[in-house]
Ligand binder design. Structure first.
Ligand code: AMP
Length: 173
């Protein structure tokens, strides 16, 4: 796991001062590391009756699509407002300044579907909490919120109470 952690580049003060940005492009561009990370994230769910993996725009697509391929499920897209062409449901969530909105196609979830939600980084947890709220409102059963990396000092898990949360790599700075 240490080897995978080392593949993530820390960029201090991006996009603004005080943020330690975890740049996953350096892990993604290394074939063995990307494959290993996806294998480790997906393999715990083999034979668990997963119906679909949800990927959260944008880097969650890179995790979610590969996990879905591995598990032999479809991949469902949670996108920023205005990107999905058909009828959507949406959820608003707070950003540091202002609000944003995420959407999913209403007909992509049938009640009772067993879902894994994938994203790259768990930071404050605000994004995933909003996605959980939206998927639950459509009747999805969320089996796990699954992240490549977690910034433990930001305690995103506290916003995801009641959910199973897994992160492959943990960073305390
Ligand atoms: P949050 O809602 O705070 O958990 O973070 C939402 C999204 O912002 C995550 O899915 C990441 O893609 C991105 N993000 C937040 N903080 C960082 C960080 N320090 N490094 C890399 N990505 C981040």
């Amino acid at each position: 796991m240490q080897n995978l952690k080392k593949r993530i580049r820390n960029v201090p003060d991006f996009p603004k001062k005080g943020i330690q940005f975890k740049d996953i492009t350096t892990l993604l561009s290394d074939p063995a590391s990307y494959q290993r990370a996806i294998d480790l994230m997906a393999h715990r769910h083999f034979d668990k009756g997963i119906d679909a993996v949800v990927g959260v725009e944008a880097r969650g697509f890179i995790m979610g699509a590969a996990m879905a391929y591995k598990l032999g499920t479809g991949v469902l897209l949670v996108r920023k407002k205005g990107k999905l062409p058909h009828k959507t449901v949406s959820v608003s969530y707070a950003l540091e300044y202002g609000k944003d909105q995420l959407e999913i196609h209403e007909d992509s979830i049938t009640p009772g579907m067993r879902i894994i939600v994938a994203d790259d980084v768990l930071a404050t947890g605000g994004t995933m909490a909003a996605v959980v709220e939206m998927l639950t409102s459509l009747g999805a059963r969320i089996v796990e919120c699954c992240f490549l990396a977690e910034l433990t000092s930001l305690d995103g898990r506290s916003k995801l109470k009641g959910q199973k949360v897994f992160s492959l790599l943990k960073f305390d700075d």
